[in-house]
Ligand binder design. Sequence first.
Ligand SMILES: Cc1cc2nc3c(=O)[nH]c(=O)nc-3n(C[C@H](O)[C@H](O)[C@H](O)COP(=O)(O)OP(=O)(O)OC[C@H]3O[C@@H](n4cnc5c(N)ncnc54)[C@H](O)[C@@H]3O)c2cc1C
Length: 420
Amino acid sequence: MFAALELLDAGIKPLIFERGKKIEERDCDIQRFIRERTLDPESNIQFGEGGAGSYSDGKLFSRVNNSPYANRVLETFIRFGAPEDIRVVRKPHLGTDVLCGIVRAVRNYILEHGGEIHYSARLTDVRVSDGSVAGIVINGVEEYPASTLYLAVGHSARDTFRMLHENGVALEQKPISVGVRIEHPADVINRVRYGAKYHDAPGQDAATYSFNHTDRKTGRGVTTFCMCPGGEIVNASSESGRLVLNGMSYAARASAFSNSALVVRCHSEDYPSAHPLAGLEFQAEIEQKAFEAAGRDWKVPAQNLMDFIGGQVSAGIHANSCKMGVVAVDLKALFPKFVVEELLSAFVKWKQDEPLFVSEQAVLLAPETRTSSPVRICRDENYESVTVKNLVPIGEGAGYSGGITSSAIDAIKAVKRCLT
Ligand SMILES: Cc1cc2nc3c(=O)[nH]c(=O)nc-3n(C[C@H](O)[C@H](O)[C@H](O)COP(=O)(O)OP(=O)(O)OC[C@H]3O[C@@H](n4cnc5c(N)ncnc54)[C@H](O)[C@@H]3O)c2cc1C
């Protein structure tokens, strides 16, 4: 959407092809998934208008905060309905309720200014002529000529990565992190962060945290990531038989729970082979084990933290925010051994530093595997694919950004570069 806005600013009317549905219809599909446990692989928390960010916590901070580009992204969000205070707060966040409204406003703007949006329109092939993009194929049947193809497919478009590989587009492996979601009652986290005296002070926001641990023996890092204070753990699956979690929140961050991804850094050597797409297999194997372990009906594998540490399946799972329900399993069985060992090593350290964090109230749900893209679509300094001219991979799926703000910045910079 940010690429489209940039093109419109330059007087170019973009054609957008979105495999999913309009945000309103997508919302119905997500609610149906929760209610009836039927996943639409084309319309879910990953796929559909607005992309993966629409059902997120909407954290807008990134490593490039305060840069002119980051400010431009914030200003664009404000222009389309975000509250003005995101300009000044240290860690701006929007919440899914606000984000979905912004997505509608951006869509209307694109349409009113001559852009075209095709829904349920999956890119299934790229036509290349003399080393340049000449056209695209949608849903296997519709052909469109194309002079420039901005490819912003996100990190979950595994079929698209395969198609690109088959077409000779250069791809390479990229390391990711995998692990679990950890959740506590929000009040426990407030006590960890604000202390016993102020944990319930009036007007206090649900507390955030960030923990890191590096195993000195192995050099691997364990980190909390995408923390959602007063949020919800969501079933963010997009493929039949493969289960993946993520976290989201509403603007008010008022739920009784606070969760975060808790992930272990993986290296390319952890992948099953040197094939550029081996990282996809690595993720998919964990996701498939999770789906099967929890009974193949989209319930979520879970284990109370102290049982995970003690090595036993929980007799009952603590109250948690996951609407799709949980099943007590041995989470260790879902992951490669090194992931489990690194998590355990981090818990030992954090138990000493923050005993309330590693305490009886915490529960683990799994898996968190889509922290970033396990593939990079190799591009040059002009943002073009190194093998196919006028193919411009952008955003998280290109493998050069992570998160809403940095992906938006990547899109803006790519369009600017391509138009000069
Ligand atoms: C639940 C959740 C919470 C998150 N929370 C945060 C957060 O708080 N802060 C943050 O910075 N980041 C968060 N993220 C990550 C963030 O959403 C992504 O980094 C960001 O959306 C990446 O943007 P993108 O446009 O590159 O890709 P995406 O948002 O993934 O968009 C890709 C789009 O391409 C479409 N598509 C895919 N393949 C095709 C195809 N073949 N043909 C046509 N269309 C296709 C998809 O339907 C989708 O709309 C969260 C993600 C999730 C899932």
